[in-house]
Ligand binder design. Structure first.
Ligand SMILES: Cc1cc2nc3c(=O)[nH]c(=O)nc-3n(C[C@H](O)[C@H](O)[C@H](O)COP(=O)(O)OP(=O)(O)OC[C@H]3O[C@@H](n4cnc5c(N)ncnc54)[C@H](O)[C@@H]3O)c2cc1C
Length: 613
């Protein structure tokens, strides 16, 4: 870790010192102890049920869509004592919530369009997440290369005045002004150092081209594993209201009267539940699901964004733990930062009609590589550096902006009242960023509470999430946590640090459970153990091998997947989840095909040849 907690693999970061931090030693929320139930048996206190187990039940609220926004509403309503069901047509957090640039940020560039309240809200939420999810959200030092003093001044003024202007690189004056404002707006719950502007440092000679004369440095944050935080929100919600449950691979197909129809994507079976209110949190699918929910359409438009994960030690070293934030020559804002032992590069911004069809086009990979060559002319980049790609669709409010990048990232909650065919109100979440999920969820939960005639009992503002509860705020506290877990479990320091990195304070209970089962490292990925994989399969609603590989672990995004590792994981999942040999083979082939076709993972072994475990 660098002094500012910039992203590195290895030892976990202590959260930045902050007021309101829960005391160290608080019970870990959100992560159960790892027991050993029989194969195929879900954990006893699981929030997850299959649709058949839901048939005929009544819920005060059904939340449709288990991305970060739906999960945020679920957690908030559960905290108020409201019994809820949350469902997703795919895996938990498999939509846009698994595909962000992983920045927890205020949105520096939104200042130009005068979106001060959005930036103020987003910087406040960033600061809250640094405290409430200190196990997964870490500060990120960010560097902006600057070539001119006055560049972009006219364009920025025009955009600020609401007039359209073609893009041009922002110079020192514009960026300096923006950062001064950014610091000021981000002062609430303040935990970040102020920005600085300086002549380009000699150490950055290996990074930027000769044209770069100054660099501006400021601080935002990044999230290590967004999908895990969504699972923790659901787990926390179920802990607070045990009647509240969740179901993945469960599509809402209709809403008539008070009846919501759910279709199990694994079995094809349809069941019905009843509800007093329904929340449409389907992100980029909002208008499509409005059809099934008898709501209004035409509220969102989607733009897809692709990211690359590079194996590029020279770039990673030259970044020195910082994110580089810059404009490409076509005006698109791009980001590059060290992500664990890799480098994350993003992103494109291309309008799409159907979020289900969004895929990374090879031309997007070439575009991002070209941008890297332009900004880092002293380094070489090629397709061979790309170990993984991912894509998602931003749920943006309808807009007539000229360019996708100019569309507001703000959010809103709108209510479709009951109508001739639907007897319950439909509360719709429009737009939003990952960073601001809590405040959007609060807005939506308040709307639901009003419809139910109930009042808010508690705010989520100071509430830690999952393994963020009890995470120490400083390095000595973190050392004590590692000491405690090591002493209680007998696991090695490295292993304990890994578990704390992944599960925060939840590592306390997990380490003991894994140690009791021997904690044997995986042969092809020794940083995970067999008991850990069994826990993930059993307690986090893994239905397909790809759920485990792509969203429950960081193995795929780190470019660690091989056919042999896929085979090893499939063997454990099959034993734990009771898959037949045929199901095991089908899952393995499907997972490998997904990694190859959707994420550009190059397997040394062709999938047409049989994969042995
Ligand atoms: C490329 C890209 C980069 C981004 N970068 C950042 C960033 O760095 N920082 C940041 O703050 N934000 C970022 N965002 C924005 C952020 O990721 C999204 O705003 C956020 O994840 C949206 O969450 P959501 O829950 O509304 O939508 P989603 O996560 O898309 O969830 C909607 C869910 O609804 C489900 N669904 C749809 N129809 C049905 C149905 N009929 N029945 C059941 N379920 C259904 C879908 O399967 C999906 O899982 C980025 C987004 C993208 C795409």
């Amino acid at each position: 870790m660098s002094a500012t907690g910039t992203p590195t693999a290895g030892t976990p970061a202590a959260g930045m010192p902050a007021a309101g931090m829960p005391a160290a030693g608080m019970p870990a929320a959100g992560t159960p102890a790892a027991g050993t139930p029989a194969a195929g048996t879900p954990a006893a206190d699981t929030p997850y049920l299959r649709p058949a187990q839901l048939a005929g039940r009544h819920f005060s609220t059904v939340v449709v869509g288990a991305g970060v926004n739906g999960a945020g509403v679920f957690r908030d309503l559960c905290l108020q004592g409201v019994d809820c069901l949350i469902v997703d047509k795919g895996d938990i957090a498999a939509g846009a919530s698994s595909a962000p640039s992983r920045m927890i940020h205020g949105g520096l560039r939104y200042l130009e369009s005068g979106a001060f309240s959005l930036v103020a809200e987003a910087t406040r939420e960033r600061n809250l997440l640094l405290r409430n999810a200190a196990h997964l959200v870490r500060p990120l030092e960010t560097v902006v290369p600057l070539s001119s003093r006055f560049g972009g001044l006219v364009g920025s003024v025009l955009r600020f005045a609401g007039l359209r202007a073609s893009p041009g690189a922002r110079g020192l004056c514009v960026v300096g002004l923006g950062l001064r404002l950014y610091d000021r707006l981000g002062r609430r719950q303040r935990v970040m150092p102020e920005h600085r502007i300086a002549r380009v440092a000699a150490a950055d000679g290996a990074l930027f081209g000769a044209a770069v004369r100054w660099t501006a440095t400021y601080y935002d944050a990044w999230i290590r594993h967004p999908e895990w935080l969504v699972l923790e929100l659901i787990r926390d919600g179920h802990r607070d209201q045990s009647e509240s449950v969740a179901s993945n691979y469960c599509r809402v197909t209709a809403c008539q009267g008070r009846t919501v129809t759910l279709r199990d994507a694994l079995t094809g079976e349809s069941v019905q539940v009843t509800a007093d209110t329904v929340v449409n949190a389907t992100g980029a699918w909002l208008d499509r699901s409005a059809g099934a929910l008898q709501g209004q359409g035409s509220r969102v438009m989607g733009t897809k964004g692709s990211h690359l994960i590079l194996d590029h030690p020279a770039l990673r070293d030259a970044l020195r733990g910082r994110m580089a934030y810059f404009e490409a020559s076509d005006g698109r804002v791009c980001i590059v930062y060290p992500f664990l032992d890799r480098v994350l590069v993003g992103s494109t911004d291309i309008p799409v009609d159907d979020p289900d069809q969004a895929a990374t086009d090879p031309a997007e990979i070439d575009y991002l590589l070209d941008v890297l060559r332009e900004v880092f002319p002293r380094l070489d980049f090629g397709r061979g550096n790309v170990v993984y790609t991912y894509v998602g669709v931003r749920p943006l409010a309808q807009s007539d902006a000229d360019k996708p990048g100019q569309i507001s990232r703000d959010h809103a909650v709108v209510i479709d009242p009951p109508n001739a065919s639907r007897d319950v109100p439909l509360i719709c979440l429009v737009g939003g960023k990952w960073t601001t999920f809590r405040s959007l969820a609060q807005l939506a939960a308040d709307a639901v509470l009003a419809q139910l005639g109930r009042t808010r009992a508690q705010s989520t503002e100071q509430l830690a999430i999952g393994g963020g509860a009890g995470m120490p705020a400083d390095a000595p506290g973190l050392d004590r946590l590692l000491d405690d877990i090591q002493a209680a479990s007998g696991l090695s320091r490295t292993r304990v640090a890994e578990l704390v990195n992944r599960y925060g304070s939840g590592a306390r209970a997990l380490a003991r459970g894994f140690a009791d089962q021997g904690d044997a490292p995986l042969k092809h990925a020794p940083e995970y153990s067999a008991p850990e994989v069994r826990f993930l399969c059993r307690d986090t609603a893994v239905q397909h091998l790809a759920d485990l590989v792509i969203r429950r672990t960081l193995l795929a995004i780190r470019g660690r997947m091989t056919a042999a590792l896929a085979g090893e994981l499939a063997g454990i999942a099959a034993a734990e989840l009771g898959w037949s040999p045929a199901r095991h083979d089908a899952e393995l082939q499907a997972c490998i095909a997904t990694l190859r076709d959707r994420h550009f993972v190059l397997f040394p072994v062709s999938i047409s040849s049989p994969v042995t475990i």
